[in-house]
Write a protein that binds this ligand. Structure first.
Ligand code: ADP
Ligand code: ZN
Length: 439
C-alpha cells in the first residue's frame, strides 16, 4: 500500500475536516466580500451578508458563479488580492469556448502543488521515482501542476511537455521513467507507438500513470494499463479552482478523493440549482476555501458527477467523486435523445476497437444525423470489404442498444484519425444549434 503525502490531513476524521472547512469558509467569504466587488454585488443582490455564513451548511445561501461570470469579469474582476501579490497566471484550454484566466499567489501555487504531490504519492510515487510529465507546459495547468507536485515529492522530474512522441519514447526508455503523466488519449497513443516500435509492455520501467484533464472510460483505462504495463490513476481538476489535483485516485481506483481541506464540493440539480443529497447525480460545484488570488465561491463546473462518503480502504477520508460522466455541455441531444460521447467510447472499446474515433453530428432535412468514424486495426484492415460492412452493421446495432439510437458507423483505415497530444477532440457538431453563450 502506498503512503500519504500529508497523512494527518488526508486521513483526518470527518469532524476535523468539517471544523477546518467551517473556519476557512467563514474567513474566505468575509475576505471575498471585502475584496471582490463583483461577488459582493452578487451577494448584496441575493440579500446575503458574510454574517449569514457560519458553517458549510450555510453555503447554500451564497450565489453561484459560472463560466459566464468569469468571462464577464475577465481579466481582473474576480481577483481577491492586489495584482502585485500574484506570481502566476494560467488559462483554461478553451475546450468549450473562450479561455478564461486564473491568478495565483505563491500560497496558491504551494497548495495546488501539494494537492498534485498527494496524487503522485497516492499513485505510489516516492523520491526514488522518475516522473515524466508530458502534459502541456505553458498556460495549461497540466504541466505546471504535476511538475510542481513531482518536485514536492522529490521525484526526478522530466519536464517533457506534450508532443514529439519519438523523443518521449526515447527519454522514457533511456532515463527509466517510472511514472507517466499526460492525458489518457496521449497515453493511449504512446502505448500504440511503443508497440509499433516493437516494444513489449514489460520493456519499459513505468509502474504507474496519472492521467486526466479529459473524460475517459474504464474500458480505456484497461487498454492503457495493458499496453504500458502499468496501473493507471485518474486525476481531476480545473483551472478556475487551481488545476489538476483538485481530486485524485488512490489504489482502489474507485472514485477520486477531493482535497476537501481546500475545496468544498457540492452536487446540485443543474436546472433548479438545488443542492442534492450524497449519492445523487448532478452538477459539481466547488468553493475554494483558502485560495487568495482567485477565490471562487460556488463555482459551477458543468461536470456531471456523483459524490460518495463511503469508507475507502486506502485510509483517506476525503469525499470521493466518480469519473465525471462528461460536461453538461458535452451531452449531445440527437433526435431528442441524450447521448454522451463516453457511451460511444464504451461500446467501441468493448467491441475490441482502439479509442481512435470521431463523432460527427449534423442536421439534414430537419433531422439530426449521427456518424461515428472508427479506425480499423491493421489486422482488421486486411479483411474483405463485405467483412468490414458486416462489422459496421454489428457496431451500429451495439450502439443502438447503448444509446437508443443507431448511428451510421464508418470503419476507416489505420492511422487516418488524428492522434491527440493533449485533450482529444472527439466531437464535431455541425448543427450550430446551441447558443453557446458567446463562446
Ligand atoms: P477547459 O474548460 O477549457 O477544458 P481546463 O483545462 O481547466 O479548461 O479543464 C477543466 C475541465 O476538464 C474540467 O472541468 C473537466 O470537464 C475536464 N476534466 C479534467 N480532469 C478530468 C478527468 N479526470 N476526467 C474527466 N474530465 C476531466
Ligand atoms: Zn481511497
Amino acid at each position: 500500500m502506498s503512503g500519504y503525502y500529508q497523512k494527518d490531513i488526508e486521513t483526518a476524521s470527518r469532524e476535523q475536516i468539517l471544523a477546518i472547512q467551517n473556519e476557512k469558509l467563514v474567513r474566505q467569504v468575509r475576505r471575498v466580500y471585502d475584496n471582490v466587488p463583483y461577488y459582493k454585488k452578487l451577494m448584496d443582490d441575493k440579500g446575503v451578508s458574510p454574517d449569514d455564513i457560519k458553517t458549510v451548511d450555510d453555503i447554500k445561501k451564497l450565489p453561484f458563479l459560472s463560466k459566464a461570470d468569469l468571462r464577464d469579469a475577465y481579466p481582473y474582476g474576480l481577483l481577491g488580492t492586489d495584482l502585485k501579490d500574484c506570481v502566476r497566471i494560467q488559462s483554461t484550454s478553451g475546450t468549450t469556448g473562450k479561455r478564461v484566466v486564473a491568478f495565483y499567489t505563491q500560497h496558491d501555487i504551494d497548495l495546488w502543488e501539494e494537492c498534485c504531490a498527494r496524487a503522485i504519492v497516492a499513485a505510489g510515487g516516492t523520491n526514488e521515482d522518475v516522473v515524466q510529465v508530458c502534459y502541456g507546459y505553458g498556460l495549461f495547468t497540466g504541466g505546471a501542476g504535476l511538475h510542481g507536485g513531482s518536485h514536492k515529492v522529490g521525484c526526478l522530474t522530466l519536464p517533457m511537455s506534450s508532443g514529439n512522441t519519438e523523443r518521449q519514447i526515447q527519454f522514457m526508455m533511456d532515463l527509466n521513467a517510472t511514472i507517466l503523466c499526460c492525458t489518457p488519449s496521449y497515453a493511449a497513443f504512446i502505448g500504440e507507438s511503443l508497440a509499433e516500435k516493437g516494444y513489449k509492455p514489460e520493456d519499459n520501467k513505468l509502474k504507474a500513470g496519472i492521467f486526466g484533464a479529459e473524460p475517459w472510460t474504464e474500458e480505456m483505462r484497461r487498454g492503457i494499463e495493458k499496453s504500458l504495463g502499468i496501473k493507471a490513476y485518474d486525476i481531476y481538476g480545473l483551472t478556475e479552482i487551481s488545476g489538476p489535483g483538485v481530486a485524485f485516485e488512490c489504489e482502489e481506483q474507485n472514485g477520486m478523493h477531493i482535497c476537501e481541506d481546500h475545496f468544498y464540493a457540492e452536487i446540485i440539480d443543474p436546472d433548479t440549482g438545488e443542492t442534492l443529497p450524497e449519492g445523487e447525480q448532478g452538477e459539481l460545484v466547488f468553493t475554494s476555501l483558502d485560495k487568495e488570488a482567485f477565490p471562487l465561491l460556488r463555482y459551477r463546473t458543468r461536470d456531471i458527477c456523483v459524490l460518495t462518503r463511503e469508507k475507502c480502504s486506502c485510509g483517506r477520508t476525503h469525499v470521493r467523486m466518480c469519473k465525471p460522466r462528461g460536461r453538461s455541455d458535452d451531452m449531445l441531444i440527437i433526435r431528442g435523445v441524450n447521448v454522451f460521447p463516453s457511451q460511444i467510447e464504451t461500446v467501441l472499446l468493448n467491441e475490441g476497437y482502439a479509442p481512435n474515433y470521431l463523432i460527427e453530428v449534423d442536421r439534414k432535412n430537419n433531422s439530426d444525423t449521427l456518424d461515428v468514424y472508427v479506425e480499423l486495426s491493421k489486422e482488421m484492415f486486411s479483411d474483405k470489404v463485405s467483412d468490414v460492412q458486416a462489422k459496421e452493421l454489428q457496431l451500429a446495432g451495439a450502439m443502438r442498444q447503448m444509446l437508443g439510437i443507431g448511428p451510421r458507423m464508418h470503419l476507416v483505415p489505420p492511422m487516418t484519425i488524428a492522434r491527440s497530444e493533449g485533450k482529444a477532440v472527439r466531437v464535431v457538431d455541425k448543427r450550430n444549434l446551441v447558443d453557446k453563450g458567446g463562446k
